[in-house]
Write a protein that binds this ligand. Structure first.
Ligand SMILES: *[C@@H]1O[C@H](CO)[C@@H](O)[C@H](O)[C@H]1NC(C)=O
Ligand SMILES: *[C@@H]1O[C@H](CO)[C@@H](O)[C@H](O)[C@H]1NC(C)=O
Ligand SMILES: *[C@@H]1O[C@H](CO)[C@@H](O)[C@H](O)[C@H]1NC(C)=O
Length: 193
């Protein structure tokens, strides 16, 4: 039987393509929701929302927190939330400063088995539509878990940019960073020669 044994690294190696595939499938579903929302926006002559990584992280974490909550009865779309303060852990995990979320909004939808068409109409034919149908929003993140789909909308203003707390640029100023990078590159160039 010894010949059938697979070492843990080999096992991981064999598993890796499956894990990648699972991630891709999940991204596919979330991509499907985003393109559905963008078709809806296009029909209202609004520019498409672009995927925003921090909002994507946040939507995933919020979906994680909602996953064990049952769907509201009667197929009612849950209320939108602009109170990000109720999600301290997701904000922390995604390294987002709450002061850059005030203009964003969380749009949760609960549909058993996340039937794609129902998820989409729950976005485009409910009170969520009033948010999706607004040119102020420019970016989106999407998370899914069990029956829940969560869309987080961001703006291109500071108050809805979903950026992290302290950034190096805010301490030193952008130009200092540029000079610093220039010197690093120059140093590398001289070192190579
Ligand atoms: C957010 O802004 C408030 C008031 O300006 C400030 O007291 C607080 O420290 C800020 N929070 C973060 C995480 O930067
Ligand atoms: C939203 O989803 C529920 C299922 O959870 C469904 O019964 C309802 O018809 C959907 N609403 C819309 C507006 O699509
Ligand atoms: C949303 O769409 C409706 C038409 O369905 C339109 O009358 C309304 O002006 C739109 N709202 C915004 C903010 O674009």
């Amino acid at each position: 039987m010894a010949s059938l044994r697979v070492s843990p690294p080999t096992f991981l190696f064999l598993l890796a393509p499956l894990l990648v595939l699972a991630t891709v499938n999940c991204d596919d579903e979330e991509g499907h929701v985003l393109s559905g929302i963008n078709s809806y926006r296009q029909s209202h002559s609004l520019p498409a929302l672009t995927k925003q990584d921090k909002a994507d992280c946040l939507a995933d974490e919020i979906a994680d927190e909602l996953e064990n909550q049952p769907c509201p009865s009667g197929g009612i779309t849950p209320a939108p939330a602009s109170q990000f303060a109720q999600y301290p852990k997701p904000l922390d995990k995604c390294n987002i400063n709450i002061n850059t979320t005030a203009e964003g909004v969380i749009l949760p939808v609960c549909v058993h088995d996340r039937v794609a068409t129902l998820v989409l109409t729950n976005y485009t034919q409910s009170r969520h539509a009033g948010y999706l149908n607004n040119s102020k929003y420019t970016g989106a993140g999407i998370g899914t878990e069990k029956d829940w789909t969560v869309v987080v909308l961001t703006t291109n203003t500071v108050g809805g940019s979903f950026t992290s707390g302290v950034t190096i640029t805010s301490v030193f100023g952008v130009s200092t960073i540029h000079y610093y990078l220039m010197f690093v590159l120059l140093g590398l160039f001289l070192a190579i020669n």
